[in-house]
Design a protein around this ligand. Structure first.
Ligand SMILES: NC(=O)C1=CN([C@@H]2O[C@H](COP(=O)(O)OP(=O)(O)OC[C@H]3O[C@@H](n4cnc5c(N)ncnc54)[C@H](O)[C@@H]3O)[C@@H](O)[C@H]2O)C=CC1
Ligand SMILES: O=C(CO)COP(=O)(O)O
Length: 328
């Protein structure tokens, strides 16, 4: 399959970084933007100030407002906007084309993963999931980054990984789409939790304990939803969990810090906090855990914290007082 021309939908931090990675890999790249002013800014100055500050972009990236015919599409809008963004595209453009899903979140209301949304909106597209420890600023600057690219057809997944790989961007091919997707979505819930631990000054030991128990809980969720626990040993699992749960560069971690300091959800949103996907994903994950009968105390704890019905001291005391159990 030809994989020369890549269209990236979503010109925020991540879409722009992935456009840059694809351009550095030698691909022809179209970056979809929503206004002609934004297109002109990018095309005239090779910068996307709105998303990535002064990071210079490859001159081979073209920004435009209409969807082109392309060999492959990368969807990089927030998880709650994926359905709307896909609804704007003629499904014929996506038919039999790889569509790489890169948002890390579960949809409110439907409880769907990103590839389930794609199956609804463009059933003839070929779904891939890209996830792993990768801050947009690092990828755009060409700093060494490795991610997981999961797809159903092994040969096509490897070909797509090769088409996107560059000196600073190394996708590993994988086949567990469900596991990779869930890992990307759930790590944001746990990043909120770890940020809250830091915001409440509960100590580095507590944060590492939380991270380890998060990994165990995430494995229960992934297996219950049809993914493989082994996937979590990789970049999309352990890799991204450790990055997002230990770095204040993570927007979810920052949001969690604010919650841990005692700020209310509505106040954090009102002061214009950056996108933190875990905020919308947490209640969805909680509903899924409930319906699948998965023991997920950490997801429930983050949900309580977001609800504002209990403060972090009370929530942590509740977790510590649970019946002792074997570690498994
Ligand atoms: N920023 C990062 O370092 C990384 C982000 N991601 C994921 O990528 C997704 C997007 O995140 P960011 O780019 O950082 O967010 P962002 O807030 O920087 O940008 C989102 C972009 O999507 C656009 N958008 C929203 N609705 C749209 C629609 N219906 N049609 C077209 N465009 C639309 C917005 O105009 C904005 O440009 C999230 O799920 C995030 O978890 C994944 C890895 C790294
Ligand atoms: O997914 C990411 C890094 O892999 C980005 O994390 P945040 O959305 O929390 O900034």
């Amino acid at each position: 399959m030809k994989l020369e021309k890549i269209c990236v939908i979503g010109a925020g931090a991540w879409g722009t970084a992935l456009a840059q990675a694809a351009a550095m890999a030698g691909r022809e790249v179209v970056l979809m933007v929503r206004t002609s002013e934004h297109a002109a800014e990018i095309n005239d100055h090779h910068l996307n100030n709105r998303a990535l500050g002064t990071q210079a972009l490859s001159a081979t990236i073209t920004a435009q407002t209409t969807h082109p015919v392309a060999d492959c599409f990368i969807l990089a809008v927030p998880a709650q906007s994926s359905r709307a963004a896909l609804g704007d595209i003629d499904p014929d453009l996506l038919a039999d084309k790889p569509v790489v899903l890169s948002a890390k979140g579960l949809e409110t209301g439907t409880l769907q993963r990103q590839s389930e949304i794609l199956a609804d909106m463009a059933p003839d597209a070929i779904p891939f999931v890209l996830s792993g420890p990768s801050f947009a600023a690092d990828v755009a600057a060409g700093r060494p980054t490795a991610v997981t690219l999961a797809g159903d057809d092994a040969d096509l997944t490897s070909a797509l990984a090769a088409a996107l790989a560059g000196p600073g961007f190394r996708p590993y091919a994988a086949d567990d789409r469900i596991g990779v997707e869930l890992a990307g979505a759930l790590k944001n819930v746990y990043a909120l939790a770890c940020g809250a631990v830091e915001g409440a000054n509960l100590g580095a030991s507590a944060r590492s304990a939380l991270l380890a128990r998060a990994y165990a809980e995430m494995a229960r969720m992934v297996v219950a939803m049809g993914g493989s626990a082994t996937t979590l040993t990789g970049l999309a699992g352990l890799g991204d969990l450790t990055l997002s749960c230990t770095s204040s560069q993570s927007r979810n971690y920052q949001f969690g810090m604010a919650l841990g300091r005692g700020e209310k959800l509505a106040d954090i949103l009102a002061r214009g906090a950056e996108l933190a996907e875990g905020v919308a994903t947490t209640p969805v994950a909680r509903a899924l855990a409930h319906s699948l009968l998965v023991d997920a105390p950490l997801i429930s704890a983050v949900n309580q914290l977001l609800d504002g019905h209990a403060d972090i001291t009370t929530i942590v005391a509740g977790l510590m007082a649970r019946p002792l159990k074997r570690e498994e």
